[in-house]
Design a protein. Structure first.
Ligand code: ADP
Ligand code: GLC
Length: 473
C-alpha cells in the first residue's frame, strides 16, 4: 500500500502547532509498521536550508488558473521518511506561515502542485491522506479527476480533522478561478453563501478521521461543529477517531538534547536539576520545594486562557510559581505580562515561539495546565505525562481520552481533570494537586502513573493502517 500524506506544516520543516508534530511523525511511524509513505508539504521561508539536502529534484510547471507557475520540489528525509517540499516563493516565502487574506489561494495552489508532483514521480498512491482545511482542495480535485483521469481512478482519500474551528472560508467567486466550477465540486464547497475548504474535504473524501475518539463525537454536536456538525453526522459512518501519538525520539526526558539533566522513571530525582535550571533561566528564586505550574500554548480562546486568568491569583497566593510560554491574542499576551509585573518573583513569561524552551519547561515544571474550551487532541498533556509533569486538564476531546483523574484511594490516575468550563471547578483540581504535591509519595505515584503511559506513534500508526485498508475496501 502506498500512502501520500499532504499537510500544510510538518516537523522539522515547519510548525505552528500540533498539526506540524503529527504530520512530521506519522509518515515515519507508518514506515516503522511497514507502510510505504511519502510526505508533501510547502517549503516556507521559515524552512531551514539544512533540511534541503539535495538540490531541487523536480522543476514543476504548474498550470493553474490559466497561468503557469514555476515551482520546485526539494527532497529530504530529515523527518525519517521521504518528503517533498514544494517551493513556490510568491506563495510561501512570507513572514509567517498563516494569517494572510489569500491563505485559501496559497493552499489551493499547494494542493494542486502536490497532485502534479505525485503524478510526476510515479504511480498513483493508493491513499492520499489529507489534513485540515488546507487540504480540502485536493479532496475535491481527486474526487473530480477520478471520474475522467485514469491515473487517479484507484486512489482513495482520507481527510483528517485536526480542528473544526478553522475552515478556510472564502468568497465563492474564487471557486471558478481554482477550477472548481462544476456543480459537483461547487456544491461541496458551498457553505452559508461562501466557500469552505473544510466542507469540501468533509464532503468529498472517502473516509474521515479526527484526532481523538472523544472529539469524533463532539464535532457531531453544534457546540463543536462550527456549522458543519450536520455534515459530520451525515458522514458519521465514514468517520473514526484516532488519538495522536507522541514522537518519543523527540519528547523523551531520558534522551532530550534540549534539557540539562536526563531522567526517567527510575531516577526521577534528576528532574529537580531541570527545575533548578528552569527557575534560573527565568531569574526566579531557586525554591525547589515550591511547585511550578506551566503552560505552553498558542494564546487563543480555545486554550482556556480566560480560566487561567481567573485562577492565576489563587495559584500565586499558594506561593507557587507560574511559567508561561506562548504568543497569540494581544489581550492574553498583555495578561501574562501584567501578571509578571505584579509578581516578578513568582511568574516567568516568554512571549513568542521557542521550541527549545518548550522542552525545558516540560522537564522543569511540576504541573501542566491545559483547561481548554475544546481540544481535538492536544499534545502537551501527553508530553507532560512522559516528563513527570502532572497535567490538570478539562475533560474535553483528546484531553479526556488521555488523562485520568487521580484517585487517592487506589492510587490510579495520571493527572487531574474537571468538567464544566468554570474557574471554581478548575480551582478544585488545582487545590487537589497542591494537596497531593505536599506529600512526596503521593506525588511520585501520580508522576510514575503518567510516565508509564504508552502514547507512542506506533499504536496510532497501526490504527491508521486499518483506516487506510477500510478506505480501500
Ligand atoms: P495546537 O495544535 O492546538 O496548538 P497541541 O497541543 O496539539 O495544540 O500542539 C501544540 C504544539 O505546539 C506542541 O508541540 C507545543 O509544544 C507547541 N507550542 C505551542 N506554543 C508554543 C510556543 N510558544 N513555543 C514553542 N512551542 C509551542
Ligand atoms: C489541532 C488541535 C490540537 C491537536 C492538533 C494535532 O491544532 O487544536 O488539539 O492536537 O491539531 O492533531
Amino acid at each position: 500500500m502506498r500512502i501520500a500524506v499532504i499537510s500544510a506544516e510538518a516537523v522539522p520543516y515547519s510548525k505552528t502547532g500540533g498539526l506540524g508534530d503529527v504530520a512530521g511523525a506519522l509518515p515515519k511511524a507508518l514506515r516503522r509498521v511497514g507502510v510505504d509513505s511519502v510526505l508533501i508539504t510547502p517549503c516556507y521561508w521559515q524552512t531551514k536550508g539544512e533540511y534541503l539536502w539535495s538540490t531541487a529534484v523536480e522543476d514543476l510547471n504548474v498550470d493553474w488558473r490559466g497561468n503557469v507557475y514555476l515551482a520546485k520540489a526539494f527532497y529530504s528525509e530529515a523527518n525519517g521518511s521521504p518528503t517533498f517540499l514544494i517551493d513556490a516563493p510568491s506563495f510561501f516565502h512570507r513572514d509567517s506561515i498563516y494569517g494572510y487574506r489569500e491563505d485559501h489561494e496559497r493552499f489551493a495552489f499547494f494542493n494542486h502542485a502536490a497532485l502534479v508532483l505525485l503524478q510526476r514521480i510515479g504511480a498513483a498512491p493508493d491513499i492520499v491522506h489529507l489534513n485540515d482545511w488546507h487540504c480540502g482542495f485536493a479532496a475535491a480535485e481527486i474526487a473530480s479527476r477520478r471520474r475522467w483521469d485514469r491515473y487517479w481512478q484507484k486512489t482513495r482519500t482520507v481527510f483528517s480533522i485536526h480542528n473544526m474551528a478553522y475552515q478556510g472560508v472564502f468568497g465563492t467567486e474564487d471557486l471558478w478561478k481554482f477550477g472548481f466550477d462544476g456543480e459537483y465540486e461547487r456544491n461541496a464547497f458551498l457553505s452559508n453563501g461562501a466557500a469552505s475548504a473544510m466542507k469540501a474535504g468533509l464532503s468529498l473524501s472517502d473516509t474521515l478521521s479526527t484526532v481523538s475518539r472523544r472529539y469524533a463525537v463532539e464535532i457531531q454536536m453544534p457546540e463543536n461543529g462550527y456549522g458543519l456538525d450536520w455534515l459530520v453526522r451525515q458522514r458519521a459512518d465514514r468517520l473514526i477517531g484516532i488519538t495522536n501519538g507522541v514522537d518519543y525520539e523527540v519528547w523523551n526526558p531520558r534522551t532530550d538534547q534540549e534539557i540539562g539533566s536526563h531522567y526517567d522513571a527510575s531516577n526521577l530525582e534528576a528532574k529537580r536539576e531541570c527545575k533548578r535550571q528552569l527557575l534560573e533561566q527565568f531569574s526566579l528564586p531557586v525554591k525547589l520545594d515550591r511547585p511550578i505550574f506551566a503552560n505552553i500554548t498558542r494564546l487563543t480562546a480555545q486554550k482556556g486562557i480566560d480560566l487561567m486568568m481567573q485562577v492565576a491569583g489563587e495559584i500565586l497566593s499558594s506561593g507557587s510559581f507560574i511559567i508561561s510560554l506562548g504568543s497569540g491574542e494581544k489581550r492574553y499576551e498583555d495578561f501574562w505580562q501584567s501578571l509578571r509585573d505584579y509578581a516578578p518573583q513568582q511568574v516567568g513569561v516568554y512571549r513568542g515561539y521557542n521550541e527549545s524552551l518548550a522542552h525545558k519547561i516540560e522537564a522543569g515544571a511540576d504541573i501542566f495546565l491545559m483547561p481548554s474550551k475544546f481540544e481535538p487532541c492536544g499534545l502537551n498533556q501527553m508530553y507532560s505525562l512522559r516528563y513527570g509533569t502532572v497535567p490538570i486538564v478539562r475533560a474535553v476531546g483528546g484531553l479526556d481520552d488521555t488523562v485520568q483523574n487521580f484517585d487517592s484511594i487506589d492510587g490510579t490516575g495520571n493527572g487531574f481533570k474537571f468538567g464544566p468550563y468554570r474557574s471554581d471547578k478548575f480551582l478544585e483540581r488545582i487545590y487537589e494537586a497542591l494537596f497531593a504535591y505536599a506529600d512526596p509519595d503521593t506525588w511520585r505515584n501520580i508522576q510514575l502513573n503518567g510516565m508509564a503511559e504508552d502514547n507512542s506513534w506506533e499504536n496510532a500508526a497501526r490504527k491508521y493502517v486499518e483506516l487506510y485498508e477500510w478506505t480501500r475496501s
